[in-house]
Design a protein around this ligand. Structure first.
Ligand SMILES: Nc1nc2c([nH]c(=O)n2[C@H]2C[C@H](O)[C@@H](COP(=O)(O)OP(=O)(O)OP(=O)(O)O)O2)c(=O)[nH]1
Length: 132
């Protein structure tokens, strides 16, 4: 059965929150969106909130689903934009978390499945910057 992994695109002041994995060894050092597996019977938005609480010690408000991308044959990545509601993100389960401006988005090594997502977020960050 296909598993759904949710990822949170938390954007604040034109920057995206990126997280560097600490484990497992083969993924350590690669960057991702905070998130994880949706549990049986769990709503995706609830999974986003739960994972952000566990991984970053923050409360987020999921906004909308940006899209779905394949990770591998068995898993799909569903990315939600999210707004930070309470707390300052810290690396509870990650090696490091970092806010990246549009021009810094490719300064970290994203997991391969995330690259198309980052392309979409790049465009969003740049468009969001165009004020009235
Ligand atoms: N959280 C997250 N995982 C991603 C992204 N891109 C990507 O390929 N993945 C992969 C890495 C992992 O193999 C998998 C998520 O596993 P995880 O270990 O974060 O999930 P989890 O906390 O629910 O862990 P578990 O219960 O499966 O052990 O999805 C991403 O942007 N965010």
């Amino acid at each position: 059965m296909t598993s759904i992994i949710v990822g949170a695109a938390i954007i604040q002041e034109g920057r995206l929150l990126a997280a560097c994995r600490a484990d497992p060894p083969e993924l350590a050092g690669w960057w991702e969106l905070p998130g994880g597996k949706v549990e049986d019977g769990e709503e995706e938005a609830d999974a986003i909130r739960r994972e952000c609480r566990e991984e970053l010690d923050v409360d987020v408000a999921p906004l909308h689903r940006l899209g779905e991308w394949p990770i591998d044959a068995d898993r799909r990545l569903r990315v939600w934009t999210a707004r930070l509601r309470d707390g300052a993100p810290r690396a509870v389960t990650h090696r490091e978390v970092r806010w990246l401006a549009a021009e810094e988005l490719y300064s970290v090594a994203w997991l391969p499945a995330d690259l198309p997502v980052i392309g979409v977020l790049d465009a969003q960050l740049r468009n969001g910057r165009r004020g009235p």
